[in-house]
Unconditional design. Structure first.
Lengths: 280, 317, 324
């Protein structure tokens, strides 16, 4: 029996702030790139290829003379686009399916869950590769492929959390008060399952960024001249012995974005819990 | 003769259990096995039973929160299960419920104001302004204040949460309030406060309670008429005072004897086998001190004894 | 004296600093005797029982003496406590469904202390477990031993828990609300069983409950707690029939009695229990007590010893135990 007191935690606290800062950096980079980058990201300049970082080129240039810093900024755009839309697809369809499954139960629930199982049976990344290879490489197809794979994840999570929320007595009380099923879903179920969904959304966002990087690495995602961190990693592979820094910059960008999103998710979940809010 | 407030006729609720094998039939559990009761305005009704007696299922079916396998429930003369969903929701203004668990029956993500106002949302004739006023009125009636309306449930103790639940049940000014073990989860001193509140509501606001409890003393305190439930059936019914003073069914006697009392030692019945489904005979026969062969062969029906009392026993006490 | 508790104080860590949830608790318990600790939520009764078992939450500190068979339990490390638990001290908790492991057969769980503390072989321990299940009056003990917890009724599970607690013939049995989760008819039987088993084996029993009547009937002595401290103690029958402390009296009067007139107002205690530790000096019941006076808030409680091994802690009670 020690005498140590537990650390007091304000809701979210460090996770929230750090996560929010990193995500803000990511969003800021993407926004900035829409109006200004040090150099045009796609501008090829062979005479100045593989330059080390300098005052002119802050992070140096790549094998085709393109400014690395500008590509990192522009790459943020693609990552965010993919993340937002893919997670958006997953949330809208996944939550809807999950709610229907939880409320309808019986054979409807079984059917929806089996559909999810079926989708999980296919390795996500391979299927994304298959889809983009079949329908052609490009950002749009990459987004759809990644989005489709998010749907069963949200569907399962929603079904599990919604089932447990629906079994609560306050839902029974709402029925006794005369609320209908749609009203109950929006007023009682969604707010109570939202924290879990938000955390999962940030995780899925991070996964989407990683998936996009992987697809682009394989040449199936964002096509040049569209800048993508994955493509930069792929290019850097060939120059590992000459200029390893070319792999570090995009790798670090991906890592920091993923870290920021995960921290943000944790922080948000705590911040949204009324029990941990400032006591009145 | 006034229209009864609540009428339940031959209510049956069966649950299908998982079957032993693919070709075996599904065994059924008779949670409620043919229960009828009538509650008149102003006469609160209590159902006493232990776990597994079916009393909570009965309460939920009476509130039309569960679809019964058979039977009719009439509120103010209207058969609830014949109403369209919208009409049923409107009818709920007259009939509200208080649940056992003060920690689970309030949505933790909503403020008290919103929780108490919920039953009013579907009432078309109540405007927003009126809604706010009614919420405050209900909170005041249960001893809470306007500042409490802006707090979250977790900021309150168990007893206070139960008051919030009662305020929610009162806000539509219902005629009938179904209370499922409203004070079981509360400390003795808080229990007394809440019971006093409920008594006051009966007297001053004309609320009629349909009370479900395992605690005889609580039921006796609030109810005019009582039914004792065992294995899905009423084994005895009658006016509360008479029933507790001179029970006619051996199970009622067992409940009264077993309740811990300060005044005398509880009489402990000889250890009985677990309740098994005795096909055909009286469900209580396996435990009954006075059981005879007739009891194991034929299940007794609930028969009136006069003075408003009925008992389901071949050999009433 | 088997168990001596002297000036027990328990502090729990909170975001605002350590909070004293139990203070100034002293009592003794001898072999064969039974003591009931009665209180509402927040009274500190469960914390007291947990302190004896060494099961307080992480970060809690204990001061005072907890002498069991001459050894101070508060000074023992976890490893030494583990040797005592299940062997010399048996425990029965409120919720048998959560206290029993749902994935192990009941017989194995009842046999576990025997294997651990007595070094029995698995088969010998199983046979002994079945005998114990007979001792707790379970019908068809073989079936119960082979069953998993979910297949048993609440009463059967609690009897199995008692069998487990008694397996190594402990000197002290601590039961924390053992029948609260059970039906009243089952409750009566379980309490009767505990009393009989205690009498048979010279085992001391500490029964924690919120129900006065339960304690009155099944314990020889009683401790009434409120706000983390003892308000009154003495022989159960005497204390409950003739309570001297305003809290005990209020508690007795607040119970609805079967047979009372319908709608009769109960003598409720106004207000709500303050969380233990909120009132650092003076009486925790001050303010809620119908007999409160100014001094009650600030003066430390005296301990008034009365005839018949009774103690009352109240400023409004004189040396003879009469209200002033």
């Amino acid at each position: 029996m020690s005498a140590a007191a537990p650390q007091s935690r304000r809701p979210g606290g460090l996770s929230l702030r750090l996560g929010a800062a990193l995500v803000a950096l990511l969003v800021g980079a993407a926004a900035l790139s829409l109006v200004w980058t040090p150099f045009p990201p796609g501008a090829i300049d062979i005479p100045h290829k593989l330059l080390a970082p300098s005052a002119a080129h802050w992070l140096g240039t790549d094998s085709l003379g393109r400014d690395v810093a500008s590509q990192i900024l522009a790459g943020a755009r693609v990552s965010i686009l993919v993340g937002v839309i893919a997670v958006g697809i997953g949330l809208v369809f996944g939550v809807a399916l999950g709610l229907v499954a939880a409320a309808a139960k019986g054979i409807v629930e079984e059917a929806i869950m089996k559909l999810c199982d079926f989708t999980f049976a296919f390795p996500a990344l391979l299927s994304a590769i298959l889809l983009t290879a079949t329908y052609g490489p490009g950002v749009v197809n990459a987004i759809i492929a990644i989005g489709v794979y998010s749907v069963p994840i949200f569907a399962r999570l929603t079904r599990a959390t919604a089932s447990s929320a629906l079994a609560r007595e306050y839902v029974l009380a709402a029925r006794a008060a005369g609320r209908g099923p749609i009203a109950i879903a929006f007023d009682h179920v969604l707010p109570n399952i939202a924290p879990a969904l938000i955390v999962q959304a940030t995780i899925q966002f991070a996964i989407a960024i990683l998936a996009e990087a992987a697809l682009s690495y394989l040449g199936l995602g964002a096509q040049p001249p569209l800048a993508s961190w994955g493509r930069m990693l792929s290019d850097a592979q060939n120059w590992m012995y000459v200029a390893p820094r070319l792999a570090v910059y995009p790798g670090l960008a991906v890592a920091l974005s993923v870290l920021g999103l995960n921290l943000l998710g944790d922080g948000l979940r705590d911040a949204l819990d009324p029990k941990l809010r400032a006591r009145s | 003769m006034t229209v009864p407030l609540l009428e339940v006729v031959d209510l049956v609720k069966l649950y299908r259990l998982p079957r032993a094998g693919w070709f075996a039939p599904h065994p059924t559990r008779r949670a409620v096995d043919g229960v009828s009761l009538t509650i008149h305005p102003g006469r609160s009704f209590g159902v006493v039973g232990e776990s597994g007696s079916g009393k909570s299922t009965l309460a939920r079916a009476a509130m039309a929160l569960e679809q019964p396998t058979a039977g009719i429930v009439r509120l103010d003369g209207h058969s609830l299960f014949d109403l369209a969903p919208r009409a049923l929701r409107a009818a709920r203004a007259e009939m509200q419920m208080i649940f056992q668990d003060p920690y689970g029956s309030l949505d933790p993500r909503q403020r008290v104001r919103r929780i108490v106002a919920e039953p009013l949302i579907n009432l078309a004739h109540v405007t927003r302004v009126q809604r706010a006023a009614r919420v405050l009125e209900a909170l005041r009636a249960v001893g809470l204040t306007a500042t409490d309306a802006d707090k979250y449930p977790h900021e309150f103790s168990g007893g206070q949460r139960q008051r919030i639940a009662i305020a929610r049940a009162l806000v539509t000014r219902p005629k009938l309030v179904v209370a499922d073990e409203p004070v079981s989860a509360l400390d003795v001193s808080i229990q007394a406060q809440v019971l006093n509140l409920m008594s006051d509501l009966q007297r001053e606001a004309g609320v009629t309670f349909f009370l479900i409890s395992h605690d005889l003393a609580v039921v006796g305190h609030l109810c005019d008429d009582v039914a004792v439930m065992f294995h899905g059936r009423f084994v005895e019914t009658g006016p509360a005072a008479a029933l507790f003073k001179a029970p006619k069914h051996p199970y009622t006697r067992e409940l009264i004897d077993a309740a811990p009392k300060l005044e005398e030692a509880p009489i402990v019945a000889v250890d009985a086998p677990p309740n098994e489904e005795a096909p055909g005979g009286c469900a209580y026969a396996a435990r009954c001190r006075f059981a005879q062969s007739r009891c194991r062969e034929a299940a007794p029906a609930l028969r009136p004894l006069g003075d408003g009392r009925s008992v389901a026993c071949h050999f009433p006490l | 004296m088997l168990l001596t508790v002297a000036d027990l104080a328990i502090d729990l860590p909170t975001p605002g600093g350590p909070r004293r949830v139990v203070h100034d608790v002293s009592f003794t318990l001898d072999g064969g005797d039974s003591l009931g600790v009665v209180g509402e939520s927040g009274s500190g009764k469960t914390m007291t029982a947990l302190a004896l078992m060494g099961l307080l939450p992480e970060g809690a500190t204990v001061s005072g003496a907890l002498r069991f068979e001459g050894v101070d339990l508060a000074r023992l490390g976890e490893a030494q406590m583990q040797k005592l638990r299940g062997d010399r001290i048996g425990m029965v908790f409120q919720e048998p469904m959560t206290a029993l492991n749902p994935l192990h057969r009941v017989g194995r769980q009842v046999a576990e202390p025997l294997i651990l503390h007595r070094g029995m072989s698995r088969s010998a321990a199983w046979a002994e477990a079945v005998k114990l299940l007979v001792r707790v009056r379970l019908r068809d003990p073989e079936r119960v031993a082979r069953a998993y917890p979910f297949a048993l009724s609440g009463g059967e599970r609690q009897r199995a828990m008692i069998a487990m607690a008694l397996s190594c013939s402990p000197k002290l049995l601590i039961a924390d609300e053992p029948t609260t989760a059970l039906d009243v008819t089952v409750q009566a039987r379980i309490l009767d069983l505990l009393a009989t088993l205690g009498a048979q084996s010279d085992m001391a029993m500490l029964l924690v409950s919120h129900d006065l009547a339960v304690v009155a009937r099944h314990c020889r002595r009683v401790l009434v707690m409120y706000g983390g401290t003892v308000m009154e103690s003495g022989p159960a029958e005497a204390v409950l029939r003739d309570a001297r402390h305003p809290y005990t009296r209020a508690l007795l009067e607040a119970r609805p009695r079967a047979g009372a007139a319908r709608g009769e107002r109960l003598r409720a205690i106004a207000g709500a229990a303050v969380p233990a530790g909120a009132e650092p000096r003076g009486c925790p019941f001050a303010g809620r007590c119908p007999m409160t006076m100014d001094a009650c808030h600030a003066t430390p409680l005296p301990t008034i010893e009365l005839a018949g091994d009774r103690r009352v802690r109240c400023l409004r009670v004189d040396a003879e135990g009469r209200p002033t």
